[in-house]
Design a binder for this molecule. Structure first.
Ligand code: FAD
Length: 279
């Protein structure tokens, strides 16, 4: 079970203290020999420098670093400059996204959807980067229909993406169905489940409402019942998410990508239960 490849996602810290803390988090997670560490990118370039700085640090530590790159609100020139900066640094993997325009921010820019970004990366840098894209087993909140969303997902792969990471979910059946249905459409690229450990219920509920990831009713009711008892929420979360990962691995998931929220404990505990040890 502990042979399934793993990876970890961070957001770029805002302060020097946050950056030091994240360096420590990385040290603890690196013991499990992840395939890569990725770092998110604010749409419209809002975290551009901090993402770049975090990626430089990860790369300098000798780990494979995967910057996220969201295209909405950007220009071709800006994206091209970033791509070549990453290429020169020796970065080989990029997570290519559309992103969401922050409210009140100006024009949508020169890209409308992630498939255009994938095509642009291939046109500019050929086969240099391994390109990851996002997938939504419970479908993207703006999708017109499940089928259209899957076809749009297929377009991103056909544009040159190598593999995908999913939005988090707590229902394994939805993931397996999404994989089956997209295979029927001809997608052969690996689709790695995104795993969100549960640290705080209120934060998770807020996230889930905006990104369209469903927290099943039985989970919501159980966690609501714990009220302010954070310990019980976390213990429940560890059980549920470990069982989810076991089911995903047993069903053939090609990897596990952890949304760490810049914390090590929850991911480490789940992975320990799955049999991952320092290598
Ligand atoms: P797209 O693939 O472009 O899809 C967006 C919507 O448009 C979907 O509903 C799709 O069906 C539809 N669509 C796609 N193509 C077309 C078309 N040609 N015509 C009509 N409709 C179309 N956000 C960030 O800002 N920064 C990050 O670092 C970040 N990292 C993420 C990492 C992962 C693994 C995931 C799953 C999400 C991440 N996000 C990030 C969130 C993501 O940017 C949002 O979910 C965004 O709303 C959609 O991005 P996308 O790349 O999936 O878009």
């Amino acid at each position: 079970m502990a042979n399934t490849p793993i990876s970890f996602e961070f957001f770029p810290p805002q302060t020097p203290e946050g950056s030091d803390k994240l360096t420590d988090v990385r040290k603890r997670l690196a013991v499990l020999k992840p395939e890569f560490f990725s770092c998110t990118f604010g749409a419209g370039g809002t975290t551009q420098d901090r993402t770049l700085d975090t990626i430089k640090l990860i790369h300098a530590e000798g780990h494979q670093a995967a910057p996220h790159l969201s295209c909405v609100g950007s220009t071709r020139e800006n994206i091209r400059a970033l791509l070549f900066a990453y290429k020169e640094m020796g970065i080989r993997r990029i997570v290519a996204l559309r992103g969401d325009m922050p409210s009140g921010m100006g024009s949508i820019g020169e890209f409308h959807y992630a498939n255009e970004l994938v095509s642009f990366i291939r046109a500019q840098t050929g086969a240099h980067f391994h390109i990851e894209v996002a997938a939504y087993p419970e479908f993207h909140p703006q999708a017109n229909s499940a089928r259209e969303d899957m076809l749009n997902f297929k377009h991103k792969i056909s544009a040159g993406a190598n593999s995908a990471i999913t939005q988090y979910f707590y229902n394994a059946d939805g993931y397996f169905r999404f994989v089956d249905e997209t295979r029927k459409l001809g997608v052969t690229a690996p689709i790695v489940p995104g795993i969100m450990p549960i640290v705080r219920y209120s934060q998770l509920a807020r996230f889930s409402d905006t990104c369209g990831a469903e927290i099943p009713r039985w989970m919501r009711k159980t966690m609501e019942g714990f009220g302010d008892d954070v310990e019980s929420v976390q213990a429940f979360g560890r059980d549920v998410v470990t069982a989810l990962c076991e089911k995903l691995i047993a069903g053939g998931a090609p990897g596990l990508h952890f949304y760490t929220l810049n914390q090590a404990d929850a991911s480490l505990e789940i992975l320990k239960r799955l049999g991952y040890r320092g290598r």
